[in-house]
Design a protein around this ligand. Sequence first.
Ligand code: NAI
Length: 337
Amino acid sequence: MQVAVFSTRSYDRTFLEAANAQFGHALSYFAARLDATTAELARPFPAVCVFVHDDLGAATLERLAAGQTRFIALRCAGFNQVDLRAAARLGFTVCNVPAYSPHAIAEHTVGLMLTLNRKLHRAYLRVRDGNFSLENLLGFDMHGKTVGIVGTGKIGAVVARILLGFGCRVLAYDPYPDDALRALGVTYTALEALLSQADIVTLHCPLTPQTHHLIDAQAIARMKDGVMLINTSRGAVIDTVAVIEALKRQKIGALGLDVYEEEERYFYEDLSAQIIEDDVLARLLTFPNVVITAHQAFFTREAMHAIAHTTLRNLWQLERGEPCPHLVTAERYLAAG
Ligand code: NAI
């Protein structure tokens, strides 16, 4: 199939080319983000392949529908960037990569916890500058601490297993509890109880209308003083302005983010010579107890290989009219809520 690959970076191309040896699609690469202004580029292509920052709102979809495009292959798990109702109305078939390596994201999540706890980000800079002082680098044992996991799907479940290995007490909140995790010692509670008991809160639920700003000022008020908050799910699951207020009051003692509400304006670009106009992001970057990574939790060799392979296999199945197990529909979106 002829596929227009949007938001292409060198690493996308490397992994897609390698996987395509098996599928033989005609892949055309565009560095541009797909949105209403770039949709014209896709006009002759039956399929587009997109990532987390591409904008598949109704305006983009209308323009795609005016051309040849009928298939939308997301090379990611989340599908909150697609207006699925508009996609259904316009006759698009949308597919994603629901699972590639939950370990990649889970391990990065725990990496953020350890970095913040032991202040490795500060120690690294300090020692390179010949400063071998331990002042203000005091951490705590993870062993025995209570960690609250919000969302125990594929990624949250791996996080739970890793933290059980550390000897943490693991609390979880999920509308669909996992009995296998219960058997390992995870305790499911109401969200309020989790927030009030956890030393570390880590978010692994999808972004839906129900989880938008799930962590707002009210939720933060329930948390322990000095709590560590980690978000590797989607930026808008937390109300960033409320989180900044809580950081200033030291209600939140450490913050680890791999995602940010307005990240598509910044993440995946080298903007080191430019001015950050987003005052919320700029303020976050000033705190010594905040570590931000630019949506890189998924970025391992294993995950990239699996993403490329599944994306191209999805398109191969759709081209042949074979059943594709990874279709994303509006019904599924509502069910996820
Ligand atoms: P999943 O679908 O396997 O698990 C999500 C879990 O959240 C499910 O168990 C679901 O019941 C639960 N959930 C739904 N609504 C909830 C709510 N209101 N409160 C608590 N739990 C709720 O998804 P998976 O693969 O574990 O991914 C989780 C999220 O991680 C994705 O939606 C995506 O946004 C994010 N993600 C981030 C990546 C990164 O690189 N930072 C990469 C991949 C995914």
